[in-house]
Ligand binder design. Structure first.
Ligand code: ADE
Ligand code: ZN
Length: 342
């Protein structure tokens, strides 16, 4: 079969997105439109001013703006519009399955009922299946800067929708909020049959990755960059086939890496880690999933074989059943053609 250019291969290869905060897909234009529709004051005069504010030197700088932006989300229709806009962009990037994070406490703490959030997101997910053929699931994230009791209350409030949740996650300010703080909530979620994932090793030390493994019993790790500082930990992650949801443009924007050319993704692959590429908060970090692939390719960090591996990992690391993964893996194998032996 004729070789596609890297650009064409990135566009053509089916992929699953495993690390996407739906609140982080709120584009400035939509923020303004929803602020107007809901008569909410936002601290920006124009879309240009919003974009200019997206200059961060660490995770907390971003989180302050991200939580403020979410205030425009009021009605179920707003959550639906937000998720529909994401799905349209994901479809354009040939995302076939999306496992989407959402932060209930960001909304319930300002008086928005969880039912409003769920109604909007679930409507968009049902629509995405019909309109784009994209399958999706929700991962309920606990805000780690809040306390254990608030996380327990959130888990209890979500019980009516457990059959529509893939699992639980842990996000927000990492430093000073180790996974151990949520060991009991994660144990309860596990008893309820939910999958478990956690942000760890984005800014936090390797010890937080150990805690996520040993105390939260995670099924997948979000980011995980700083695991590379501990060779024994890397060996353990590789040997267990633990999937890492890596977010290169996020890492660049939040100064986890100085330069995209210095991104550790090649070292992660070299170490045998099950790496995937994801967009995290695409409206804030300058790109959706294919933009992340293109940035890595432009920096010479990935080529044809790595693009195929990363796409394959995105399905095998997803929470889809083997039968659900199979057609996508077959499509990737077909794209790989004769050179698939690698
Ligand atoms: N919430 C949204 N994006 C996040 C990230 N990259 N790290 C932690 N919490 C987040
Ligand atoms: Zn994230």
């Amino acid at each position: 079969m004729s070789e596609l250019t890297l650009e064409a291969l990135i566009a053509a290869v089916p992929k699953a997105e495993l690390h996407l905060h739906i609140e982080g897909s709120l584009e400035p234009e939509q923020m303004f439109a929803l602020a107007r529709r809901n008569r909410i004051e936002i601290p920006f005069a124009s879309v240009e001013q919003v974009r200019a504010a997206y200059s961060f030197s660490r995770l907390q700088d971003f989180l302050d703006i991200y939580f403020a932006g979410a205030a425009v989300l009021q009605e179920a229709e707003d959550f639906q519009d937000l998720a529909e806009a994401y799905f349209a962009r994901a479809a354009a990037d040939n995302v076939r399955n999306a496992e989407i994070f959402f932060d209930p406490q960001t909304h319930t703490d300002r008086g928005i009922p969880l039912a409003t959030v769920m109604q909007g997101l679930l409507a968009a997910m049902d629509g995405a299946r019909e309109r784009h053929g994209i399958t999706s699931g929700l991962i309920l994230c606990f805000l780690r800067h809040l306390d254990e009791e608030s996380a327990f209350a959130t888990l209890r409030a979500a019980e009516p929708w457990f059959d529509r949740l893939l699992g639980v996650g842990l996000d927000s300010s990492e430093l000073g909020h180790p996974p151990s703080k949520f060991a009991r909530v994660f144990a309860r979620a596990g008893e309820m049959g939910l999958k478990r994932v956690a942000h760890a090793g984005e800014e936090g030390p390797p010890e937080y990755v150990y805690e996520a493994l040993d105390l939260l019993h995670i099924d997948r790790i979000d980011h995980g960059n700083r695991a590379l500082e501990d060779k024994g930990l890397v060996r353990r992650l590789a040997a267990s086939g633990m999937t890492l949801t890596v977010c290169p443009l996020s890492n660049l924007k939040l100064c986890v890496v100085k330069d995209i050319a210095a991104h550790p993704l090649p070292a992660m692959l070299e170490a045998g880690l099950a790496v995937t590429v994801n967009s995290d908060d695409p409206a804030y970090f300058g790109g959706y999933v294919n933009d992340n692939f293109r940035a890595l390719a432009a920096a010479g960090l990935i080529g044809r074989a790595e693009i195929l591996t990363l796409a394959r990992n995105s399905f095998t690391g997803s929470f889809m059943s083997a039968a659900e993964q199979a057609p996508h893996l077959a499509a990737i194998a077909a794209l790989a053609g004769g050179s698939e032996a690698a």
